[in-house]
Design a protein around this ligand. Structure first.
Ligand code: HPA
Length: 276
């Protein structure tokens, strides 16, 4: 990932879409339908975008769609992401955020499926990320200066925008959507956690655990973007209560996420349109 490489990616995309997004939305596994309200102007497969990281996980469509909300707000939605556990570098994982920023987006909504550690959480509920624990063991800001001229020493306190958190809570309230709030712990994966690891995470203050999101949030904060993080609690990872990892298949997790999709979709749309 270089500044020149990013310019090439941007040049390609501005030829494929006339729209300049205000919002970037990264949609995790099974969450593609969360932007089904989008009036799509262009859909571009990741595989055709120069320098774009290519993913390997089923359940992801792996395309960038640019379009308008019914109220006319321009959104760039990344359907599917590449994960650190697929072998990509943290910079590659976060690259879509750099691209969205280069296209004009100044707000990032990042979503994921996560295991619930907080005993009050139920499968299929949504959780607003109010903070995170980066336990991946790497950082997208590490390495040569990229993007050029941006500090590496980025503040991560208040990474999740307090105004957006308030607006999301108000939106959920209006729509009678149960919205939890908590700390998201990101691990590299791809293996699920041991019992001891789950206890450790809970003791450390994590409410949910997953394998994504943090790289994108760090890149976005380096670029000065506002961030909202939204997790779908796809399985109960509370120590002891949780099923054995072998008992929950990727397909099972996807099906819980897909059922939660309408709530995520309504929440995101309402949030964006009320801010416009
Ligand atoms: N652990 C880690 N990542 C996850 C989980 C989990 O239980 N569920 C969804 N992503």
């Amino acid at each position: 990932m270089s500044t020149l490489g990013l310019a090439l990616t941007k040049n390609f995309l501005v030829k494929h879409t006339k729209l300049r997004p205000a919002y970037a939305i990264v949609l995790g596994s099974g969450l593609g339908a969360a932007v089904d309200w989008l009036d799509v102007e262009s859909a571009i497969a990741y595989a055709s975008i120069p320098n774009f990281p290519k993913g390997t996980v089923p359940g992801h469509e792996h395309k960038l769609v640019v379009g308008r909300t019914p109220g006319g707000v321009v959104v760039a939605a990344f359907l599917g992401r590449v994960h650190f556990y697929e072998g990509a570098s943290m910079r590659e994982v976060a690259y879509p955020v750099s691209v969205a920023h280069a296209l004009g987006a100044r707000t990032l909504i990042v979503t994921n499926a996560a295991g619930g550690l907080n005993p009050d959480f139920r499968e299929g509920e949504l959780m607003l990320v109010r903070d995170h624990l980066n336990l991946i063991g790497d950082n997208p800001l590490r390495g040569p200066d990229f993007p050029k001229g941006r500090s590496r020493f980025v503040a991560m306190r208040d990474a999740y925008d307090i105004t957006l958190l308030g607006e999301a809570l108000a939106s959920a309230n209006r729509q009678h959507i149960t919205l939890q709030m908590g700390v998201y712990a990101a691990l590299s994966g791809p293996a699920y956690e041991t019992e001891a690891e789950l206890r450790m995470l809970y003791a450390l203050g994590a409410d949910a655990v997953g394998m994504s999101t943090v790289p994108e949030v760090m890149a976005a904060r380096q670029l000065g973007m506002r961030v909202l993080g939204l997790s779908v609690i796809s399985n109960d990872a509370f120590p002891r209560r949780r099923k054995q990892p072998s008992e929950h298949s990727h397909a099972e997790i996807l099906s819980v996420v897909e059922q939660a999709c309408p709530n995520a979709s309504n929440l995101i749309l309402d949030l964006i349109e009320r801010r416009a």
